[in-house]
Design a protein around this ligand. Sequence first.
Ligand SMILES: Cc1ncc(COP(=O)(O)O)c(C=O)c1O
Length: 394
Amino acid sequence: MTYKYYKKIFQGKEMPFAFIDKDILTENTNQILNRAGNKKIRLATKSIRCRAIIDYLLAVNDQIQGLMCFTAPEAVWLSKLGYDDLLIAYPTVHREHIRDVAREVKKGKKIYLMTDKEEHLIRINQIGEQEKTILPICLDLDMSSKFPGLHFGVHRSSVNDKKRATTYLEAVKKNPFVALVSVMGYEAQIAGVGDNVKGQGLKNTAVRQLKKRSLKEITKRREEVVEMIKDQGFALELVNGGGTGSLESTILEEGVTEVTVGSGFYTSTLFDHYQKFRHLPAAIFAIEIVRQPAKQIYTCLGGGYVASGAAGTDKVPLPYLPPGCKLTKNEMAGEVQTPILYNGKEALSIGDPIFMRHSKAGELCERFNELTLISKGRIVEKVPTYRGEGQSFL
Ligand SMILES: Cc1ncc(COP(=O)(O)O)c(C=O)c1O
């Protein structure tokens, strides 16, 4: 895509704004469907945060099915709006939130609560008993690898081997108002760590080797724990794994029934650096040049939408178009202004846009009430983000 193409589409539009290029979204979706092989795809809503886009993706075909929510209130909100098959990927310990889920489950909705500790089970069980309903739960199996001197992965679940899984299953059996019907193992160190970062040759090699070593071990772990759970008589409805960055390896595991994908649809900058795939930027935001303090410096209003996670330059939004635009080292992307260094071919003027990309997919939507959808050179629709619907969950 070119600077001129987007600039023409948005001529006269007030900035800042965020938009989705639906043609690119479609291209990314097709690639993701291919990458997922014959596994079902569950949508990671945290990486989308816009119902119109969720609806669009759910309607693509039956391979895309079910939502991975990030909080119980989000799942309940979506359930009340008619969505079903909602896996809440992180534990819920707030009793009223569990009760709200229970009330949706009683209506016949499929909502899975995430667990890995006895405390989770006891709380859910208490509410289930009070509400006179059995609540479906999911075991979050930790998928990080412990190497000498390195915790490769994220600090997530307390269940990280067969022994702890056995203890967890004993606790499940003591709580009759929970039903263990699903397992999730998210291999963040494979799915969320780029292994093809420009200018980091040695580090890329090391990361790829670590990934290879980790995969061997965690594949076995997931397979063994799932087998053990089945052997103990639990009927599993789903085994979820992976994310945008790990589809190639996650789909090789027979026991995994579905993969999760979110970020790959929008393709934020953190997902530019993988050896096995390359999706295209579909979610973009525009900031307006309001000053030109020096010949090749174009200062824009706003723009400092920095992403969560370990603080670093990879969490800063990046200029996308025109090509060759750069942030300054001292200011980067600021709360009220973002100076852009540029000496390329476009004749930039005050009032022109600079097109930017966020480092994380869904967080962009926490900055804007709406997304403008474009296709084939024109604006086709304006749709609210979660924030635009008055919903902000984390
Ligand atoms: C449990 C879980 N599964 C899957 C994903 C992958 O999401 P994405 O495709 O947006 O990277 C995440 C992201 O953090 C996650 O927390």
